[in-house]
Design a protein around this ligand. Structure first.
Ligand code: CA
Length: 230
């Protein structure tokens, strides 16, 4: 399940897209302009943006460019929707950093297939794929975590935190980044909340000894090692 921000000014098309992605099990957030989209993104990072090229005010391409130009938002996957199908436009779209491109009119099946492919590539924590590292296995559909076959009991926040860390290994994540990606709307959450949940996560993983995978990087944040150093 992914949180998808749909930026489309034509109500009928927006409705159609929202219906389709909700049917596919995602959560849709709506915006009618680039400006409104930027405001929503400021509060909470979506897992993916579906952006219409032609928007009132700043265009979809301009929106993509702005998101790519900001460190906080540069990695959010973007799919551009357009009525133009010329190759030149496609190239321009991909050069500004869109991850994919869908030409109107499109079928619901095509839309969902593209979303799935882009999420798999760019935001694996928002897919239903099972992740396994060093005997630690997380199943997003069954909402189940096991370590070497032992059932591990995780709270919902620890589950999301582990899912994000397991799909983004070998990178140090600051507390702010974790709040953005795991908590989403983090405006009223303090940074030390992250430490509390990391502690709970380690405690839950310690039953199978997998707490060793969660590393603290002093002064920077946390990292999940795909091969722990021991
Ligand atoms: Ca439009």
């Amino acid at each position: 399940m992914a949180r998808i921000l749909v930026v489309e000014d034509e109500p009928a098309i927006q409705e159609l897209i929202v219906c389709n992605i909700e049917l596919a099990g995602h959560v849709a957030i709506r915006a009618e302009s680039s400006e409104q989209a930027l405001e929503l993104v400021r509060d909470s990072l979506p897992d993916l943006l579906l952006v219409d090229w032609m928007l009132p005010g700043a265009s979809g391409v301009e929106l993509a460019r702005r998101l790519r130009g900001d460190r906080r938002t540069q990695a959010i996957p973007i799919i551009l929707l357009t009525a133009r199908s010329e190759e030149r436009d496609k190239l321009a779209g991909l050069e500004i950093g869109a991850d994919d491109y869908i030409t109107k009119p499109f079928s619901p099946r095509e839309l969902n297939a593209r979303i799935k492919a882009v999420l798999r590539r760019r935001a694996p924590q928002a897919t239903d794929d099972v992740v396994e590292i060093e005997g630690l296995r997380l199943d997003p559909v069954g909402h189940r975590v096991t370590g070497d076959g032992i059932d591990l009991d995780l709270g919902p926040t620890e589950f999301r935190l582990l899912h994000f860390l397991m799909t983004h290994t070998e990178r140090v994540h600051s507390r702010t980044q974790l709040l953005d990606h795991v908590w989403g709307d983090h405006v009223f959450v303090e940074e030390r909340t992250v430490d509390v949940h990391i502690r709970r996560l380690r405690q839950a993983l310690s039953r199978s000894g997998h707490d060793r995978l969660v590393e603290t990087v002093r002064g920077s944040g946390y990292r999940l090692a795909s091969r722990p150093s021991t």
